[in-house]
Write a protein that binds this ligand. Sequence first.
Ligand code: HEM
Length: 438
Amino acid sequence: MSKYVYPPVASRIKGLIHAGRFIKNPIGIIDGALKEYGSTYTFFMGGVQKAILTTDPKAVRHVLQKHHKTYEKSAIVTDILGKYVGHGLLTATGDYWLRQRRLIQPGFQKQRIESLRLLMQTEVDRCMKGWEQKAKSKQPFDAYEEMNQLTFRIVASTLFSTSLEEHGLLHLSELISTLQDFIIREVRQPYKRWWFKISGKIRQHLEMASGAREVIRAVIQDRKREQNKPDDLLTMLLESVYEDTGEGMDDEQLIDECLILFVAGHETSANALSWMIYLLGKHPDEMRRIKAASEPTRSVLLRNVIYETLRLYPPGWVVDRISLTVDQVLTYTLPVDTMWMIYIRGMHRNPSYWEVPDNFVPDRWSDPHLNKEAYMPFGAGPRLCIGEHFAMMEMELILSDILRLWDFQLLAEVVHEKPLVTLRPDEPILISIRSASR
Ligand code: HEM
């Protein structure tokens, strides 16, 4: 008899039958399995490797927080992502990650991030100015496209204090989005990796990654020559020194971390903001309430919308870990190398923890007794998102200005989720806007 005790095992045959659908969009299949087997179940990844999926916050905290030392990020994403975007905070593991985290963390504390507000606001103003033209032309447009560009511009300006038009950064934005699309294909279609290799696609994308690094290298070299350094994230990265050596990062490390901030920091916020626009478009009463409110109520209502959107559509919808030792989690005993899929989206909709879990109810966040145990949009434990305060300030600024300046109407009927590395909308979030009636 096996000494290991696994959670209920999902049918391997069903898994194989649905493999095609699973690759395209796993959410429906996972949600079906959760109903059948409960909040923690075993499945066969790719039909072979046993893995555990959970939406149980106790199991999640065990893996991400309480016993984090015996769990590591899996190679699936870190190796493929790392191959193209280098070994920065998001992709690094072990001692190297810890050293980098200690070095960079102080720059992302709430007070430090506050100093970036003006840079962010300048980019928001520029975007809203562009929307004046859209309002005049009455042409519907895709809010996701707009949010994606805006959040990229915000990372560029808070990192380098320059607009996207300077330093060839527009090219960087194209390179990064092409790379991200390819990375997703490599993660999702492992059976095509041989083809990507022999057709030269991998080489071609590695060259793009080198191109992206060169753009960043040039910015760093220019900055090192500058006398009066601006108060931005690059200056923070350049001035941070390791506790043990008193020295800073070398150029390759700096490039790694800058590239990672672009990748981790723009699409996540863009997705969240797009889903906010979608949900408010679907719930015009909520929108009207915010527009009619005055401070401080307005800020509370805005925050509630952000929290509730991150609950329903968490951009980091799944987080993975692999165990480094045999471990007992809940009532199960699992071997070393057990793969964990922490299904954040499912935990946020787990009916044991949330009332009407699939409904958009921003007001639940005003309840002082709300149980937030099953809420982790920014992850948990030592690898918690370093950009949490950055993202919250950014989303508040953007949502607040959109609602202050515009009345918008959602033209898209139903927008489905496209779960890639982040949870994107699968169809355009078409809206039409006109100046806000006062
Ligand atoms: C709504 C916006 C965002 C969401 C929902 C989000 C979510 C997450 C989650 C769930 C993780 C943990 C992944 C894991 O444990 O495996 C993470 C890590 C990370 N995030 Fe975010 N993120 C957001 C915005 C940002 C922004 C704006 C930045 C940077 C400017 C950023 C930078 C990072 C980095 C560098 C990591 C890796 C941290 C580490 O492992 O030490 N994120 N994020």
